[in-house]
Design a binder for this molecule. Structure first.
Ligand code: SF4
Length: 315
């Protein structure tokens, strides 16, 4: 199968590459490309689920279609602030044959490459990493059997063990995408974050975004605690066994003295976009001027103070 003549890129990527003219509040530091000729997945939160390849939306942003050759040429010659490429893909039958061609075509740009897969495509992971990927993102999204079945339409008992096996083989190169706000309690969600990090994998956090007008974003205090946990656990600054949860699953203590917690969060990095190096995903989860669930840039000191206050930990 030859590569397509056009590809979708995120609107922010199109502006950064000079393919669209518009004011840009924060430039992406990763170029986001989308190849999805019709996804077999049925994720409840995705406008492109069920083969809806005509949608120009993914998360809350638009993905215009642009000439493939022009994208590759611009990435190679003047990437500007772009320091990584991420090819977002859907689950389709042509992926095994086509994705290695994309990797081969993008490698001459010299930029590190990431690619996203649906968990049904876990058998492709080893081959695609060997073909030249730097990192690979896997859309686990939900964090337990009930929410996984409800929002992904798939059996947790099959996909989670397969994903754990992949983590045991390729941990530090795998970003597990998780969406907080799909109905998992904080404790259930963080148990999965803990399991991924304990296996040497990485976690890319997303706040649920009601792109189809259904549901609502997660409470900000719970979201900030989830962000802080991922960051502190990745740094090795906390231990799961020391964390404390209320009966409803709410995280009430990181097991750290207040001054140690404040010092560990003082640089604000816990609240920046998480995932592959240089992945900042501007406005995937937030409207310009609205709540910054994932900050796509370093925080100001006032923003750090506010984000830490938003944790709402008991005294
Ligand atoms: S963390 Fe970012 S760059 Fe990495 S796979 Fe996910 S979206 Fe792509």
């Amino acid at each position: 199968m030859p590569l397509p003549e056009t590809i979708r890129v995120s609107f922010g990527t199109a502006i950064t590459l000079g393919l669209r003219q518009a004011r840009q509040e924060v430039a992406p530091t990763t170029a986001y490309l989308l190849w999805d000729p019709g996804c077999r997945g049925s994720c409840s939160f995705c406008p492109r689920a069920g083969g809806n390849a005509g949608s120009d939306r993914l998360s809350r942003i638009a993905w215009p279609e642009v000439p493939w050759a022009e994208v590759v040429g611009r990435l190679a010659s003047r990437p500007g602030p772009l320091r990584r490429i991420c090819l977002q893909t859907g689950w389709n039958d042509g992926a095994a044959a086509t994705l290695p061609l994309f990797i081969a075509a993008l490698r001459p740009t010299g930029l590190p490459l990431s690619l996203t897969l649906h968990p049904a495509q876990l058998p492709l992971v080893g081959e695609l990493l060997a073909a030249g990927l730097d990192h690979l993102g896997l859309g686990l999204d939900a964090a337990g059997p009930a929410t996984y079945q409800r929002h992904k339409g798939r059996p947790w008992d099959a996909d989670w063990p397969a994903l754990r096996d992949a983590l045991d083989r390729h941990g530090p190169r795998l970003e597990i995408h998780l969406i907080y706000g799909l109905g998992d309690t904080e404790r259930a969600f963080l148990e999965v974050v803990e399991a991924v990090l304990a296996r040497g994998g990485l976690v890319a956090l997303f706040a649920f975004t009601p792109a189809r007008g259904r549901g609502s974003p997660p409470p900000l205090d719970a979201w900030r605690r989830v962000q802080a946990f991922r960051h502190l656990r990745l740094l090795g600054a906390l231990r799961w066994e020391d964390c404390r949860f209320a009966a409803d699953g709410r995280l009430v203590s990181f097991g750290l003295a207040p001054d140690r917690l404040a010092a560990a969060l003082a640089d604000g990095k816990a609240f920046q976009t998480s995932g592959c190096p240089d992945c900042n995903r501007p406005f995937y989860n937030e409207r310009p001027g609205g709540i910054m669930y994932n900050f796509p840039r370093p925080l100001t000191p006032a923003e750090v103070r506010q984000a830490v206050a938003d944790l709402h930990l008991p005294e």
